[in-house]
Every structure is written in structure tokens, then in C-alpha cells.
Design a protein around this ligand. Structure first.
Ligand code: DCP
Length: 628
């Protein structure tokens, strides 16, 4: 996806580092078995055909010509002494937990100096602007005195290349007192990054490489330029030269169709070649955003912020079934989906326990072929639905998603098919409220008082204890699915048996209530924490939320491709849901709540945080049954 093509004006002097671990899986294996250190080593995929596909190649093996595109047998030919380590396996597929955990160790060390974004299993962006500014102001009187050897080994783009005097050239650049402010900040960034890299080495034994620049794009390009265990600095004055010879295909976003179009239609080979086109021309040829983004990257402009994110954005479990292994029956697909969903469930449960966050969306991706017609370009559609915790539910929903997609894939005539890869992903993570007075607890207590309800508030909490309560505003309806038969659903995280005992009671108590619960429940996408409609319900809700006349801002599916799940078998069984346009809520009522709750609410209501109206209502108005 092309990032938003924004100008970079407000923080031109940012100091951004991109840290990339060197031959990461190999280093992890070498730490596990130190005898492998210094020896040619590669990590191979689980599939052992022709010695398994190489997925990580150590630098010693690279000197023999071993490449990631090779299979183990081929690597043995060019490097007979190579040590091939097989990726650990579980449930008949690769288990990457060892590497993920090692990546987390590194992130926790790197996060010490500034905003840190975990970009992949072994890559991190850091925004070191504040740390560099601090260092610069501390040094302003005395200048940079001592420089670590690692800093002196930095590569600084645009400096004369004289191997004999490189140390002196770099040292002079780092310590230059009359350098401009931007370069001084980069010099401080380089010192900080060298220190962080040393810390990573000391604490984990891993080496990494880094790029230090004024934005993420340039930092990323630079980190790959000198590996392993080196760092590269991109002063503003060097950007033009760097991009003039930087192949567009090496830019992450230009590896696909857009890159091909630039090459074929505009004759562009290097990023700098784009300079010959005006912004208007690029916008006309592509679209406003892509055109602006292309115009910007030609000049090394990139305003993307480093996201403060130490945790992975999503968890995905997948497996490929190449050649004769392709899955050709629903039963084999179900078998593998079960395995993948088991693993996904374990990972999101561990994530929930450790990081106190829940995933909102389950997505099923697959690649497949079909036998009947020439439409072999047709992709197997990816589908999403709200994620319901629990292995059985995930399996059930994943299989339904697969079923929907398959029907679409083989329509209209139907055909024999084969699946060559399958994956399930949990994404759109949301922090769960911390502390004892969660919004639900607070509201439930107040609500209970107002309704003279005897619902035991100890049982109303999000994840905090055992139970979750979900309020459904619609009259009970029948679906083909057996997933949701109750209009109030209790969900148990740790004690399933307690769940159903009180559901009918609670259901009765809250049946007619029109409370702020429902407002939050139906207007905020995060309400999927509370309610997890089945895939069938999503079909209905999603279909209805796509109607242009529907004012409701509830969107149960957030599939970026707006990948509609069609409800082939579903009657248009519309439920009456609580639809409250966020613009019609007087958000100033939030000020009446305790501060902790206010903060929590503001997080939930982030998209609507601008209060649009003068204060007219009180919080009590939203509790009133007549308010509906
Ligand atoms: N990886 C994988 N399959 C791929 C590519 C990578 O499983 N097709 C894994 C193994 C790598 C890790 O991801 O060790 C990081 O990938 P990188 O592309 O960053 O490559 P390396 O870290 O292995 O090497 P380099 O030092 O070139 O970055």
C-alpha cells in the first residue's frame, strides 16, 4: 500500500534510525548452538524437498556464493561444509516462536532511547529526534569529545572515499563544529545508534546494521547498504546522489505493478529519474496520492511517522502446499485450518496475557487454482470477520470464511479446485482497559443502580476476571449458525463453566435497557471486544453497513479491500440494531465521568474525539430509556 503522500514540512530535522538484524535466524540458531559461530550456516524451511528452501543465510556462507533462493542440496554443492539448520516445527509446520521471541528481546533494548516501531520480526524504526537534540544541547559548549570506534566505522554518504583516511574523514564529519544543525543531529543520532547496537550485541550476542537519516524511507534504504554490523548515515546533501542510482525495484512499494508501470510506461529505472516529472503529471498519470508520493520520494521526502509500537501489528499462521501437496478436499482444508487456528489461538492468548490486548479481526488468506476455465488469474478472495476468542470459534469462523471465499472463487459454474497456501491472521489489536474501574464496570454499576438491577457487578468486566457480558439490542433472531443463540452472550476467558449460569438472568434484566452501553457497543468499532457476531451475522451487518443511506457508523468488518462477504444462503434477516450517529452525541458529557473513565473513553472514541456541539446533554440523558 502506498503511504499517504504528505509533505514533510513540520519536522524536517527528525532523526530516524532503521535497525535491521543481520542474517537473523542464523544468528538465533548460532546463539542456541555457539559451536556454529563463525561457520558457514543457513536455516532451511521445514519442507525437506531437495534439502529444504533456504530462508536465512549466514555471512560466512554468503562468501561461498550461497543464496537465499537456493535449496539445501544446491547450497551443499557450492559450500560442502555448510551447516543447514531446520526451522523448528510444530503441528506439521514451521514454528517461528524462537525467532519472534529473540526479535522481542532486541526491541526491548532498542526502545530505550526514543519512539520505537517494530516493523517486522527483525526490523525496527526509532525516532531519535529528542534524544539527539538533548545530546546536541549537552555538547554545545564542549563539542563532541569522545567517539566510539563503532561510530568512526560509520559510512557517511556523500563523503569522499579514501580508504586510508576514512576514519579521519568520518571523525571530522561527526565532530565538525560548523556543520549545519541537521547534520549535527544526524551525528548525534549515529552516536546513539552505535551505542544501542553495542547494547544489543552485549545483551543478546546479535549484530545488526542501521541506517540513520531524516526520515523512515531514507533510513531504511541506508540500513541495507552496508551489512553486517555496520551503520550508514544519510546527510541531506547526499540524498540526490543516493536516489539517482537507487533502483526503483528495490523500493518496497515499487516491487509490484506500480514499479512495472513506471519502468514500462515512463521509462524509469532509478528513483531519481522521477525528478523529470512534475507533480501534476504524476498525479494525472496515477492518482493524487500515488502521484504526490512518487514526487516526494524522488526528492527523498517522506513524512511517515515512527509509530510507537513495540508489539507486532498482527499474528499470522500459514502454510504452503506446493505441487502435489495442494489441498483438494474440504476435509483436508479443515484439517489444516484447525492446525493453523490452534496455533493462532495460542499466540493471541499468550499475547492477551502478556500484553493485555485483544485482536479484533480474523482474516483468511489462501492461494488456489481451479480446473474448469481460463480464468486462472482469478485470485482466491481474502475475507475477514470479527475475531472471537477460543480455538473452536476461530476454527469455525475460519472455515466459514474459507467456504464463502471458495464459493466466490469457483462461481459461477463450480469447478474442481486446489489450495496451495492457507493462512489465518489476527489483527487490529486493541488495548484492554486497565485498572479495576473499567468503563464497563463503572457503567454497569451506575446502570444497575438506575435500573434497580440485581446484576452482580463482579461479573461485569472486560477480561479482568472471568466473564464478559454482551448486550444485543436486536430482538432474538434465528440464524443458520448455532454460534449465537442467546441475545445476551456471556463469554468466559478462564472459566467457561460459569458462563451460562446467569446469562438468562442478565438477559432478562437488560432486555429493554437503552443505555450508554449500547451506544458504545454499536458506535465504536472496538465494541467487538464485547460482542463477537458470528460470521453469518457479519454477513448481514456488513451488507447493510455498505448501504449508502445507512447513517450508522458501525462497521463490523474492516477489511481494507472492502471485501464483501456475500450472504448467499442468508435471508435478508435484518436486525434492529442500536444506531446512534456519533455526531449526535454530545461528547462533552464525558467530562462528567471520573478522569480514568474519561481517558478510557477518549481512546475508544478517538475517531469522533472532536466534540461538535455545544453542551446540551448530561450523561444521565444517555442512560434514560426514553432516550432511544
Ligand atoms: N525470512 C524468511 N523467509 C524469507 C525471508 C526472510 O523466513 N523469504 C526470515 C529469515 C530471516 C529473517 O526473516 O533471517 C529476516 O529476513 P531478512 O530479509 O532481514 O534477512 P536476514 O536477516 O536473514 O539477512 P540480512 O542480513 O541480509 O538482513
Amino acid at each position: 500500500m502506498i503511504p499517504i503522500g504528505r509533505p514533510e514540512s513540520h519536522r524536517e530535522k527528525r532523526v530516524i534510525a532503521h535497525i535491521d538484524m543481520d542474517c537473523f535466524y542464523v544468528q538465533v540458531e548460532q546463539r542456541k548452538n555457539p559451536k556454529l559461530r563463525g561457520l558457514p550456516t543457513a536455516v532451511v524451511q521445514y519442507n525437506s524437498w531437495k534439502g529444504g528452501g533456504l530462508i536465512a543465510v549466514g555471512y560466512e556462507a554468503r562468501t561461498f556464493g550461497v543464496k537465499r533462493s537456493m535449496r539445501g542440496d544446491e547450497a551443499k554443492k557450492v559450500c560442502p561444509d555448510i551447516h543447514l539448520i531446520q526451522v523448528p516445527t510444530a503441528r506439521g509446520k514451521a514454528n517461528l516462536n524462537l525467532y519472534r521471541d529473540a526479535g522481542s528481546e532486541v526491541v526491548s533494548i532498542l526502545a530505550a532511547e526514543g519512539r520505537c516501531e517494530r516493523a517486522s520480526i527483525d526490523e525496527v524504526y526509532l525516532d531519535l529526534t529528542d534524544a539527539a537534540e538533548r545530546m546536541l544541547s549537552e555538547m554545545s559548549s564542549v563539542g563532541i569529545q569522545e567517539i566510539d570506534e563503532q561510530v568512526i566505522k560509520s559510512h557517511i554518504l556523500g563523503l569522499p572515499k579514501n580508504a586510508d583516511e576514512m576514519d579521519k574523514i568520518v571523525k571530522d564529519w561527526i565532530c565538525k563544529t560548523d556543520a549545519d544543525h541537521q547534520d549535527k543531529l544526524l551525528a548525534c543520532g549515529a552516536i546513539i545508534v552505535a551505542r544501542l547496537r553495542m547494547n544489543v550485541l552485549k545483551e543478546t550476542t546479535f549484530t545488526c546494521s542501521a541506517g540513520i537519516a531524516h526520515n523512515k524511507m531514507l533510513a531504511k534504504l541506508a540500513s541495507a547498504m552496508h551489512k553486517p554490523a555496520q551503520q550508514t548515515i544519510v546527510p541531506s546533501s547526499s540524498i540526490k546522489e543516493l536516489l539517482a542510482s537507487f533502483p526503483i525495484k528495490k523500493m518496497k512499494q515499487l516491487g509490484g505493478k506500480l514499479g512495472v508501470s513506471l519502468e514500462r510506461e515512463l521509462g524509469i529505472s532509478f528513483v531519481g529519474d522521477l525528478l523529470q516529472y512534475s507533480k501534476e503529471k504524476l498525479q494525472d498519470r496515477y492518482n493524487i496520492n500515488t502521484g504526490t508520493w512518487l514526487w516526494n520520494i524522488a526528492r527523498g521526502i517522506n513524512a511517515e511517522e515512527v509509530q510507537g509500537r513495540l508489539l507486532p501489528k498482527s499474528h499470522g499462521c500459514g502454510k504452503t502446499f506446493a505441487g502435489s501437496q495442494a489441498l483438494k478436499t474440504a476435509a483436508t482444508v479443515e484439517h489444516w485450518l484447525n492446525e493453523l487456528c490452534e496455533e493462532l489461538n495460542e499466540r493471541i492468548q499468550a499475547d492477551l496475557e502478556k500484553n493485555k490486548r485483544v485482536a479484533k479481526t480474523l482474516t483468511l488468506h489462501a492461494t488456489a487454482f481451479k480446473s474448469n476455465n481460463g480464468d486462472f488469474q482469478k485470485k482466491f478472495p481474502s475475507k475477514s470477520c470479527p475475531l472471537r476468542y477460543g480455538a473452536a470459534k476461530i476454527k469455525e469462523d475460519a472455515f466459514k470464511l474459507f467456504d464463502f471465499s471458495l464459493k466466490e472463487f469457483i462461481s459461477p459454474q463450480g469447478a474442481a479446485w486446489g489450495v496451495t497456501s492457507l493462512s489465518v491472521t489476527a489483527s487490529k489489536f486493541l488495548a484492554i482497559p486497565s485498572g479495576t474501574s473499567s468503563i464497563l464496570r463503572f457503567l454497569s454499576e451506575n446502570h444497575s443502580k438506575q435500573q434497580s438491577s440485581s446484576v452482580d457487578s463482579d461479573e461485569l468486566s472486560i477480561y479482568g476476571t472471568d466473564l464478559e457480558i454482551v448486550y444485543e439490542t436486536s430482538p432474538k433472531k434465528k440464524t443458520n449458525s448455532s454460534i449465537h443463540e442467546e441475545s445476551v452472550i456471556c463469554r468466559s476467558i478462564s472459566a467457561p463453566t460459569k458462563c451460562n449460569k446467569k446469562s438468562n438472568k442478565i438477559k432478562q434484566k437488560n432486555k429493554e435497557a437503552c443505555s450508554i452501553f449500547k451506544y458504545f457497543h454499536s458506535n465504536d468499532a472496538s465494541s467487538s471486544i464485547l460482542n463477537e457476531p458470528s460470521v453469518n451475522e457479519v454477513v448481514e451487518n456488513y451488507t447493510s453497513s455498505c448501504q449508502p443511506e445507512n447513517e450508522c457508523s458501525v462497521e463490523l468488518i474492516e477489511d481494507p479491500d472492502c471485501n464483501e462477504i456475500t450472504s448467499n444462503n442468508q435471508p435478508a434477516n435484518k436486525t434492529e440494531s442500536w444506531k446512534y450517529n456519533a455526531d449526535n452525541i454530545d461528547l462533552t458529557v464525558i467530562d462528567e465521568l471520573p478522569l480514568e473513565i474519561q481517558n478510557e473513553l477518549k481512546e475508544w472514541l478517538r475517531p469522533y474525539k472532536q466534540a461538535k456541539m455545544a453542551k446540551k446533554y448530561s450523561i444521565a440523558d444517555y442512560f434514560s430509556p426514553s432516550k432511544k
